[in-house]
Every structure is written in structure tokens, then in C-alpha cells.
Write a protein that binds this ligand. Structure first.
Ligand SMILES: [Zn+2]
Ligand SMILES: [Zn+2]
Length: 105
């Protein structure tokens, strides 16, 4: 027996082509319902939902990263170095005290 659609050789008792999924004349005779079609649809639906869920998760993760990065930058900009000489709080990237010129570590 050969597939009516793609022509591949099939076992005599095949109800469906294993390559293209088309129902064989034997399958039609037997009145087999194409469960595979339902499955395919169900899988496609699940796939869509998963994709949606994944893209939502991805954007949430991205948002999380952006928030963390922003917070990190803010924390960095808030960080200060206290001058050991005069006690003035210089910004973290200052190498010398703004007030007294003392070298900062
Ligand atoms: Zn086929
Ligand atoms: Zn100082």
C-alpha cells in the first residue's frame, strides 16, 4: 500500500501515513477518526500559550535586570567617601577631597 498523498510505501494495515499524516483508504474504510489532527491542534495551542508565557517571563526578567541595574547605578551614585581629614562626604569616584584636598582612598 502506498500513501495517496506523498506516495511513500506503508504497511498494509496502516490507517494513516507515518510521513505526512494523511488518512489511507484503509483508515477511511475503518472509519478511524484523525486523533492526530486534534492532537496537532492541541499541541499548537499549548505551544502558543507556552510561547506567550515565555515572552512574558522574558520581559519580566528583562524588567528585573533593568531595575537591578538602575538600582545599582543609583546606589553607586549615592555612595560617598568620607574624608579622613575633614569628614566631608565626597562622591565615590572622587580621588581628592573637595573641601580640603586630602587624598581619598
Ligand atoms: Zn504520506
Ligand atoms: Zn577633606
Amino acid at each position: 500500500m502506498f500513501c495517496p498523498k506523498c506516495g511513500i510505501e506503508l504497511p498494509e494495515d496502516a490507517y494513516f501515513c507515518h510521513k505526512c499524516g494523511v488518512k489511507t483508504s484503509k483508515g477511511k474504510e475503518a472509519g478511524v477518526s484523525a486523533a492526530r489532527e486534534d492532537l496537532k491542534e492541541a499541541f499548537a495551542k499549548v505551544g502558543e500559550e507556552m510561547e506567550k508565557a515565555f515572552s512574558v517571563a522574558a520581559s519580566e526578567i528583562k524588567k528585573g535586570f533593568e531595575t537591578a541595574r538602575k538600582e545599582f547605578r543609583e546606589a553607586l551614585s549615592r555612595a560617598t567617601v568620607t574624608c579622613s581629614h575633614c569628614g566631608y562626604e565626597n562622591s565615590a569616584d572622587a580621588r581628592f577631597c573637595y573641601k580640603c584636598g586630602e587624598r581619598l582612598n
